[in-house]
Design a protein around this ligand. Structure first.
Ligand code: GLY
Length: 399
């Protein structure tokens, strides 16, 4: 009996040491209760206001809602937010709405011309399956994973992101996010090739997208025949050499998630280096909600009054990624604390909508593509999605 007790204690100690959960010494989070109430109200209203298949994406400058149709890269986020809202609040009505908004995306299973299938299907159908275990969601997920994997070119070692515009074989840092779908698909559909593709894409991206300071380029354009790099550039950042805020967030999230799935220590080192770049960045010392590009503060033409638009979506992705990272390392407290600061700021009146406002989006103040004059200082469906994911992760870690 005594021996069994000692063994259990030893196993528990080993488990706790290998899976370091941050120290929990904060007082109970009153802000989280208030935030959860706002979320339940907004998501219920949104699900009654919008129609399945035409999901709310952002708010136009004239105050009307920009909707995401079935081919829009963001279309999976609203159903995903409803699922995360259900997980956070336990509100069964949200689960029923989430199901309707998810099933309306069925035809995305046939799309082959974009890497965004991870965002579109894993955030919607993936969460539906995760939370319900309902196998009827799987055929759509199987088709999407197959089409995403088919965009991998072994000669280049990466999945092609876009089929449009002037690029040859463009790969954007955002593409790291879609790898989670493949890691999951490898296990669910018993296809180890998906794991190989995800690991190879991450390794190539680590080599070619990152600068010495662990900031990343947005786009790397390859020659599809030789695999050689043609150009390193930006699409949504300030300049080719700048650190577009959401790109840094996608990379941090992506390498943390790749480490979690592969246990490749190189991915963990990359994630921690990216985290250090973000957390030590001079422009984030006073305010942890980044401007839309971290280098915008050095650009006189865009930031002369110190009021560059902030991007809550980047902050939400960073918070979610850091919470994940905090559970993967022994000294995760610093990541947890940083994420908690972001979540408290996003949950303050400065960022979180009041019930009934903001066209029923949760967060205000994100930026889509500043230099295209598109979606500046607006709510965004993916800001809400990653904010909800981060809140769920926060709640689980706090216990
Ligand atoms: N994936 C596109 C964006 O982050 O704006």
């Amino acid at each position: 009996m005594k021996k069994a007790f000692c063994l259990i204690m030893l196993a528990t100690t080993l488990l706790l040491n290998s899976y370091a959960v941050p120290v929990q010494n904060d007082p109970p989070a009153g802000w989280l209760k208030k935030t959860t109430d706002v979320i339940a109200f907004q998501l219920n209203k949104a699900s009654q206001t919008y129609k399945p298949g035409q999901n709310p994406r952002s708010v136009n400058p004239n105050g009307t809602v920009r909707l995401a149709g079935l081919t829009d890269w963001t279309t999976g986020f609203f159903p995903g937010s409803l699922w995360y809202g259900y997980e956070l609040t336990g509100d069964e009505q949200l689960a029923a709405e989430a199901k309707k908004f998810t099933l309306a995306l069925d035809s995305i299973r046939n799309i082959t011309n974009t890497h965004d299938l991870g965002f579109m299907l894993y955030c919607s159908y993936g969460n539906a399956f995760r939370l319900t275990g309902d196998k009827s969601y799987l055929p759509v997920l199987a088709d999407g994973a197959k089409h995403l994997a088919a965009r991998f070119n072994p000669k280049v070692g990466v999945i092609r992101s876009w089929d449009f515009a002037w690029w040859h074989y463009p790969v954007i840092i955002d593409n790291m996010m879609n790898l989670e779908y493949l890691y999951w698909g490898a296990k669910t559909f018993n296809n180890p090739n998906y794991t190989t593709i995800a690991n190879t894409h991450a390794t190539t991206t680590m080599k070619n997208h990152y600068r010495k300071d662990f900031s990343s380029y947005h786009v790397v354009d390859y020659d599809a025949t030789t695999g050689k790099i043609i150009k390193k550039a930006t699409h949504q950042g300030l300049t080719d050499e700048s650190a577009w805020a959401r790109g840094q967030a996608w990379g941090l999230y992506g390498f943390t998630m790749c480490y979690k799935n592969s246990k490749n220590p190189a991915f963990l080192a990359q994630a921690e280096n990216i985290a250090r770049f973000i957390m030590n960045h001079p422009s984030l010392q006073k305010n942890k909600i980044p401007a839309w590009d971290l280098d915008v503060h050095n650009a006189d033409d865009l930031d002369t009054d110190g009021a560059a638009p902030r991007d809550a979506s980047a902050a939400a992705v960073i918070a979610s990624a850091l919470l994940d990272l905090s559970t993967q390392v022994k000294d995760g407290q610093k990541y947890f604390n940083y994420a908690e600061d972001i979540l408290k700021t996003l949950s303050s009146d400065a960022y979180l909508a009041k019930p009934g406002e903001n066209q029923y989006f949760l967060l205000k103040h994100s930026v889509g593509a500043f230099l295209y004059n598109s979606e500046i200082d607006t709510p965004l469906d993916y800001a809400d999605y990653y904010y909800l994911e981060a809140l769920n992760r926060y709640k689980k870690i706090k216990g």
